[in-house]
Design a protein around this ligand. Structure first.
Ligand code: SF4
Ligand code: SF4
Length: 56
């Protein structure tokens, strides 16, 4: 089960810097997680100031 970034994302970029596998990239309107790469470590959720990444 991968993590997903909700609409709460304010595109600060903090999670992308913390992801150990590089699964997070800047999308058109907010940051996005590639579910095929995510290992569900939770680092993005722990780093995010608005709790946008959630486990699907
Ligand atoms: Fe990256 Fe871990 Fe977040 Fe998945 S849960 S996107 S591996 S930081
Ligand atoms: Fe969006 Fe949170 Fe990642 Fe910042 S840390 S880019 S608000 S998901």
């Amino acid at each position: 089960m991968a993590f997903k970034i909700t609409d709460a994302c304010i595109s600060c970029g903090a999670c992308a810097a913390e992801c150990p596998v590089g699964a997070i990239s800047e999308g058109d309107s907010q940051y996005e997680i590639n579910p095929d790469v995510c290992i569900s470590c939770g680092a993005c959720a722990a780093t995010c100031p608005v709790e946008a990444p959630t486990e699907e």
